[in-house]
Design a binder for this molecule. Structure first.
Ligand SMILES: [Zn+2]
Length: 259
């Protein structure tokens, strides 16, 4: 089944597909961050690349979404982890046959005392150390496959690495742009490496992007300096709130067209 957020593009005869497997959500709760990031599948250069993997709670849905496309974990050739926060890296171990690519700067950060010093509580240290052993280093401008390039976007963490599909101006920004709200204001939040660098990264994106896939929001276009979302967002939460009720109470949060 084709998904509404899928972006198909053809550049110089190369067909690339950008397919949002799990949709990001720009929400926080009284219990902390949901951590629901965009998990994106890219087919380019004859290879299948996964950009970010979500957190452990995403694992079953991630496998289901892959299965719905006729894919299993062994079909993924490349896994790029934008940065070693729990909500982006905790399913990387599923893809045992894939090359794992992480920025060497982010690996160095996650496996040091620097997150603690910066008040960054989101690094799953034991997991990050294991991934650091397996990862190949990724640097700004590296051509990964087909037309997919690495794009260094520091600020949220020192080594955050996005992807750039130059032909169509698509930037997979991860948490250098967590949502369109902060991008529209050029006002990044949660800058564990530094707000100046984070703003600079947003400006770099604004200079080249026609479409931004943020860390935790719908993909959006920038048209004449204005944000135009691609597709809608819908999250449903159900809660077993009382034994006398027939079943759970369901809550729905949505914006824009039905995804
Ligand atoms: Zn993060």
């Amino acid at each position: 089944m084709r998904r509404p957020l899928e972006i198909r593009l053809s550049v110089g005869g190369i067909m690339a597909e950008v397919d949002v497997l799990l949709r990001g959500f720009p929400g926080v709760s009284s219990r902390g961050y949901f951590g629901w990031c965009n998990v994106v599948l890219i087919r380019s250069g004859g290879e299948i690349l996964l950009f970010d993997t979500g957190s452990h709670g995403d694992r079953a849905l991630l496998l289901k979404e892959l299965e719905g496309r006729g894919l299993g974990p062994r079909d993924i050739d490349l896994v790029v982890i934008s940065h070693l926060h729990f909500d982006h890296c905790l399913n990387a171990d599923l893809f045992k046959g894939a090359r794992l690519l992480i920025s060497e700067e982010d690996v160095g950060y996650a496996c040091s005392d620097r997150p603690d010093a910066a008040g960054d509580t989101f690094v799953p240290r034991a997991h990050a150390e294991r991934l650091a052993e397996l990862a190949e280093p990724l640097r700004d401008g590296d051509r990964i496959t087909g037309e997919v390039e690495a794009m260094a976007l520091p600020g949220h963490t020192p080594g955050l690495m996005g992807l750039f599909l130059r032909g169509e101006g698509i930037v997979l920004a991860s948490d250098s742009v967590k949502n369109a709200w902060e991008f529209a204001r050029m006002d990044p939040t949660a800058c564990f490496h530094g707000k100046g660098d984070a703003i600079e990264s947003m400006r770099r994106i604004a200079g080249v992007a026609k479409v931004v896939i943020p860390g935790h929001d719908r993909p959006f276009e920038i048209q004449g300096g204005r944000i135009k979302y691609r597709g809608g967002i819908k999250v449903e939460i159900s809660a077993m709130l009382a034994p006398e009720l027939e079943g759970p109470i369901r809550y729905s949060i949505s914006a824009g067209p039905e995804p």
